[in-house]
Ligand binder design. Structure first.
Ligand SMILES: Nc1ncnc2c1ncn2[C@@H]1O[C@H](COP(=O)(O)OS(=O)(=O)O)[C@@H](OP(=O)(O)O)[C@H]1O
Ligand SMILES: Nc1ncnc2c1ncn2[C@@H]1O[C@H](COP(=O)(O)OP(=O)(O)O)[C@@H](O)[C@H]1O
Length: 199
C-alpha cells in the first residue's frame, strides 16, 4: 500500500486531468518495446498527458546496477520495476514500462499491484529470427558467439504472455499501426470523468 498523506491519488489525478496508469510492454530484445513505448509516450504527451518512460537499460544503470541476467535477478528486476511503476501511478502519471519481463509469474505480480483499469499489458510480439536480424544493439551476434551469456531467446527463456491486453505483431505491422492499436486500448481508460479533455 502507498503511504497515505492528506493528498491522495484522486486529488493528484484531478490536477493532471487524467487517470494514472501503467502501460507494461513485454517482448524479446529487439521486438520493438522501446520504439513503441517512446512513440506512444509522444502521442500521449501531445494530448496533454503526464507521462514517464521506464526501461530495462535505464533501471539497470541505477536502481538495479547490482543485478545481472540470471532468472533470479530478472525476477528481482521486475519486482523493482513494478514497484517504481506503482509509485508513478499513485502520483497520477501514465508510466510506460518497457522490460523484457520474460516470466509470466512476474508479469502477473506486476499486474497485481494495480487495479484492473490502471494496467495495460502490451505483448510486443516478434519472431526471434526477426529480432536477431534487426539486432539494433548488436547483442544477438554476441549472444550467438557465447560472448553474452543467458541471453533471452538464445540461452534464457521467454514465456509468451497468456492473456495480454494488447498484442502487436511488429514484424507484420508498421510502428504507426502498432502505436495506434496501443493508443486505442489506453486512451478510453485515461478519462477520469466527463470534465477531462483527452481526445
Ligand atoms: N543476457 C541478456 N539478456 C537480455 N537482455 C540483455 C542481456 N544482457 C544485456 N541485455 C540488455 O538488457 C536489456 C534488458 O533488460 P531488462 O531489465 O528489460 O530485462 S529483464 O526484464 O530483467 O529480463 C536489453 O534491452 P532491450 O534490447 O531493449 O530489450 C538489452 O539491451
Ligand atoms: N512495428 C514495429 N514496431 C516497433 N519497432 C519496429 C517495428 N518495425 C520495425 N521496428 C524496428 O525494430 C527495432 C526495435 O528496436 P527496439 O525498440 O530497441 O526494441 P526493444 O526495446 O524491444 O529491444 C527498431 O529498429 C525499430 O525501428
Amino acid at each position: 500500500m502507498p503511504y497515505q498523506g492528506t493528498i491522495g491519488r484522486t486529488e493528484r489525478e484531478r490536477l493532471h486531468g487524467h487517470k494514472g496508469m501503467c502501460i507494461w510492454f513485454t517482448g524479446l530484445s529487439g521486438s520493438g518495446k522501446s520504439t513503441l513505448a517512446s512513440r506512444v509516450e509522444e502521442e500521449l504527451h501531445r494530448r496533454g498527458v503526464s507521462t514517464y518512460l521506464l526501461d530495462g537499460d535505464h533501471l539497470r544503470r541505477g536502481l538495479s546496477a547490482d543485478l545481472g541476467f540470471s532468472d533470479q535477478d530478472r525476477r528481482e528486476q521486475i519486482r523493482r520495476a513494478a514497484h517504481v511503476a506503482r509509485l508513478f501511478v499513485d502520483a497520477g502519471i501514465v508510466v510506460l514500462s518497457a522490460f523484457i519481463s520474460p516470466f509470466e509469474a512476474e508479469r502477473e505480480m506486476a499486474r497485481a499491484q494495480f487495479d484492473p483499469d490502471s494496467f495495460v499489458e502490451v505483448f510486443v510480439d516478434c519472431p526471434l529470427e526477426v529480432c536477431a536480424q534487426r539486432d539494433p544493439k548488436g547483442l544477438y551476434v554476441k549472444a550467438r558467439q557465447g560472448v553474452i551469456p543467458q541471453f533471452t531467446g538464445i540461452s534464457s527463456p521467454y514465456e509468451r504472455p497468456l492473456s495480454p491486453d494488447v498484442t502487436v505483431e511488429t514484424a507484420k505491422l508498421s510502428v504507426c499501426e502498432c502505436t495506434g492499436r496501443i493508443l486505442d486500448a489506453v486512451i478510453p481508460r485515461l478519462r477520469h470523468d466527463s470534465s477531462l479533455g483527452i481526445t
